[in-house]
Ligand binder design. Structure first.
Ligand code: FES
Length: 437
């Protein structure tokens, strides 16, 4: 069989309005979607409006501390109810005819209520959406008959519990309007094959080779891959000096980079031991619940359909791509960082090293592609995604040829096909766990 027979992922998956429409009905409307972190809604009345494709979804902290989610639509004649992205209110008022809704969605005021066949107050409510909170994250499902979130996540549920994600605060909230399909972005987050070429800087603080990557595909579209971190990649020439990021991390933990000249690949284990020894004295109490590997290694969860959570010892990077309206050639890419330890090396690195630059629960910042400063790695990704979408629209694109280490891409696309054929979100296959090779 020649290599041409191995092509997959035809262009219409990324460019066709018909495909996007069927995908909306069968994937987006039937799966659990990670929406916000409850740390963004600390007090009663705090709200966040999230765009998910054609939908606008309102998440609201209730008086009893719970969170409810609603379609952001007035029940009088369908006007969008809340037009700001986030804030705090004691009630929601529609700008068209002045109807009011309480935090729990009940209609509490309708102008000229006696003029309606039945008084809307006390009888009408905002249309609510199923939501659940796991590890501080708020998830929604537009399908009222969907399996519950714990069943949906399967083994991922337990793995996420090891991190203190309920204590997270967002310290960076950049979202970008991207000229690409949402899957173009998510494909990129389902493989580390691109790191050596697209992000060579990453080789100086992470082992990227597939033979060293531990990947588990859960058969329901979710997966986790684990790379060794705080170590330079083996594919760098022997004797390459320790890069600035690992050097900074060593210094942060009281180790001297000069002691690792000639043994540059010992940094990971040394940092694990030092973090374990000094965690309590540095206030990193949450390290007690993490394994030694979790102290240095990025655990990269890809959660079907559209979220990637990369946990390290001090926080998590959320990468998420969502359709931008109905256009298959556009998506909104969220690149949000959360931490439970604002004084950590990782948090300081993300905010240019200054403690006083770190603000908890920073607001979301929605910018156009080309205006975003995403830092060196994610800026490279954004450039590639836009260029790849152009490629999908070319007659020269004849489908992808995937390496075995890109199997997570194939898995989540298979899950899309499964659901578009009417299948369920239940686990499809036994767990697999192996080095990607
Ligand atoms: S559409 Fe909202 S009050 Fe009329």
């Amino acid at each position: 069989m020649g290599i041409e027979q191995h092509r997959s992922l035809d262009a219409k998956r990324y460019t066709s309005r018909d495909f996007a429409e069927r995908e909306w009905e069968s994937v987006w409307s039937r799966n659990w979607l990670l929406l916000v972190h409850e740390g963004e809604l600390p007090d009663a009345g705090d709200f966040v409006v999230s765009k998910v494709g054609r939908e606008s979804i309102l998440s609201v902290r209730q008086d009893d501390g719970s969170i409810k989610c609603f379609y952001n639509i007035c029940q009088h004649r369908g006007n969008q109810l809340v037009t700001t992205g986030e804030g705090s209110l004691s009630a929601f008022t529609c700008g068209y005819h002045g109807w009011k809704y309480a935090l729990d969605g009940a209609c509490t005021h309708a102008q000229d209520a006696e003029d309606f066949p039945v008084n809307p107050c006390g009888t009408l409510r905002l249309a609510d959406i199923r939501c659940e909170v796991l590890g501080g994250f708020v998830w929604i499902n537009m399908d009222p008959d969907a399996i519950d979130l714990k069943a949906y996540l399967g083994p991922v549920w337990d793995m996420l519990q090891t991190y203190p994600s309920d204590q997270l605060k967002r310290i960076s909230g950049t979202s970008v309007r991207m000229p690409c399909n949402w899957k173009t972005a998510m494909d990129n987050f389902h493989e580390s094959y691109h790191i050596a070429a697209a992000h060579p800087i990453g080789l100086h603080y992470m082992e990227d080779h597939y033979s060293k990557t531990q990947t588990t595909e859960f058969g329901n579209g979710h997966a986790v891959s684990i790379n060794h971190g705080s170590i330079q990649a083996e594919r760098l020439p022997k004797g390459t000096p320790i890069g600035p990021q690992i050097a900074q991390e060593l210094i942060e933990w009281g180790l001297d980079p000069a002691d690792f000249v000639g043994r540059e690949r010992d940094t990971r284990i040394a940092l694990q031991q030092q973090k374990r020894a000094l965690a309590a004295s540095k206030g990193m109490d949450h390290y007690a619940r993490l394994s030694d590997d979790q102290l240095t290694d990025p655990y990269h969860f890809t959660l079907f359909p559209n979220s990637a959570l990369t946990f390290n010892a001090d926080g998590v990077l959320l990468l998420r791509a969502t359709p931008d309206g109905d256009d298959p050639n556009r998506c909104i890419l969220d690149t949000w960082f959360y931490t439970a330890a604002t004084g950590s090396f990782w948090a300081k690195m993300l905010t240019n090293g200054a403690d006083d630059n770190i603000t908890d629960n920073v607001p979301r910042d929605l910018v156009e592609y080309g205006e975003a400063n995403l830092g060196p790695i994610l800026s490279d990704d954004a450039w590639v995604l836009a260029a790849q979408q152009e490629g999908f629209r070319s007659r020269g694109y004849r489908g992808a040829v995937l390496a075995r280490q890109e199997s997570r891409i194939a898995q989540y696309h298979a899950m899309i096909d499964h659901m578009m054929a009417g299948g369920s979100a239940a686990i499809l296959a036994p767990l697999s766990s192996e080095n990607s090779k």
